[in-house]
Design a binder for this molecule. Structure first.
Ligand SMILES: Nc1ncnc2c1ncn2[C@@H]1O[C@H](COP(=O)(O)OP(=O)(O)OP(=O)(O)O)[C@@H](O)[C@H]1O
Ligand SMILES: [Mg+2]
Length: 337
């Protein structure tokens, strides 16, 4: 039966890898890969999320599998809209919003006005009455229960799938910030390159991701992962034990790029805010921060304490949730009102 909801207020973290959805007074309701499969001829939706992701590399000629968000930014508008519509249709069949629906959507730092307008257009075209934007690191800090409104500096590094957003926050605003195109997905690319160059073995993205996640989980930090790939010379199957040392070596460039930008922000920080960061340390969120050893690496590079936030992949959507639950209070963090 349809539940009447005067005001359907929905939070969306449209991530490069995963989309997370928050519903007012309910909580985080769903999480799914940001992937859509379409019928090539009439562009109708065949599948979204996990089911669509499984089709990557296995799709027949009449089906297109698209990742609508690349490096944190909507790059395929029609597909992003169909993706969002499919998700929202589920809620609309459950709830009957008398006054229509409102959306709060997270966006990375450093996106252009045109890209912001694109996000708003996708939200409005999906049937929402109003669309509000919040910067992802601000949402992540809020989701990590940090006080973003006091006169005290908070340095947060959100390492997602496609982007790393680094922000120095104080008094509810971003004092300094930068977004770089590095994240968990570029770590996967680095692992693929490393294995090809060092061991002459070719693997796909799925295996690279699995090796990374397996080695990064607490139980297996010192261990290894059996890679099953193809020998670059013979073209035949080849196996290899991928170790935590291999993982570190393969992504070292990416980690150095992240730490360089973090250090740039620290260097530019006004003295009082720098004092705040020195005493509380740097906060890490996003799925990419689950990679093994990143906290020790950044601590060594920046000479600062590193705090991993709880359930880092959900920091942004938890923050968006807080905004939705107490909108009058947190409205000032919305950047397009
Ligand atoms: N246990 C783990 N160890 C290492 N990496 C992990 C782990 N779990 C998830 N990841 C990586 O985290 C990334 C996804 O993180 P997250 O959900 O924060 O990204 P996103 O919000 O989709 O991307 P973005 O914010 O860049 O648009 C993926 O690259 C995934 O491989
Ligand atoms: Mg994210």
């Amino acid at each position: 039966m349809l539940k009447i909801k005067k005001d359907l207020f929905i939070g969306i973290d449209l991530g490069t890898s995963y989309t997370k959805i928050y519903l007012k007074e309910v909580g985080i309701v769903t999480e799914l890969p940001t992937v859509i499969a379409l019928n090539k001829r009439n562009r109708t939706t065949v599948a979204i999320g996990e089911e669509a992701k499984r089709m990557i590399g296995r799709n027949p000629a009449n089906i297109d599998v698209v990742r609508p968000v690349i490096r944190g930014v909507i790059t395929h508008f029609d597909e992003a809209l169909l993706f969002l519509e499919s998700i929202l249709d589920n809620f609309k069949s459950e709830y009957w919003p008398i006054f229509g629906s409102r959306l709060v959507i997270g966006i990375p730092l450093d996106i252009t006005e045109v890209q912001k307008k694109g996000v708003i257009d996708v939200g409005l075209s999906s049937g929402a009455r109003e669309v509000f934007l919040i910067e992802e690191p601000m949402a992540a800090a809020l989701g990590a229960n940090l006080d973003v409104e006091q006169a005290k500096g908070v340095l947060i590094v959100d390492i997602g799938g496609g982007t790393t957003d680094i922000a120095l926050i104080s008094l509810g605003g971003i004092v300094l910030g930068k977004s770089i195109r590095i994240g968990g997905d570029t770590f996967n690319e680095k692992i693929i390159d490393y294995l090809r160059l060092k061991y002459g073995i070719i693997i796909g993205e799925g295996q690279a991701n699995e090796a990374k996640v397996q080695i990064s989980t607490i139980l297996n930090k010192a261990g290894s992962f059996l890679i099953k790939g193809r020998d670059i010379l013979t073209g035949l199957p080849k196996e290899l034990n991928f170790t935590s040392q291999d993982l570190r070596e393969s992504i070292l460039d990416n980690l150095l790029e992240i730490s360089t930008v973090v250090k740039d922000i620290i260097n530019l920080a006004p003295p009082d805010l720098l004092g705040d960061i020195s005493s509380s340390g740097i906060y890490l969120s996003g799925g990419g921060s689950l990679i093994s050893g990143i906290d020790e690496f950044l601590a060594k590079e920046t000479k600062m304490r590193i705090n991993l936030v709880e359930e880092p992949r959900y920091a942004v959507i938890r923050g968006i949730g807080k905004v939705i639950e107490d909108f009058n209070n947190f409205k000032k963090l919305i950047i397009n009102v």
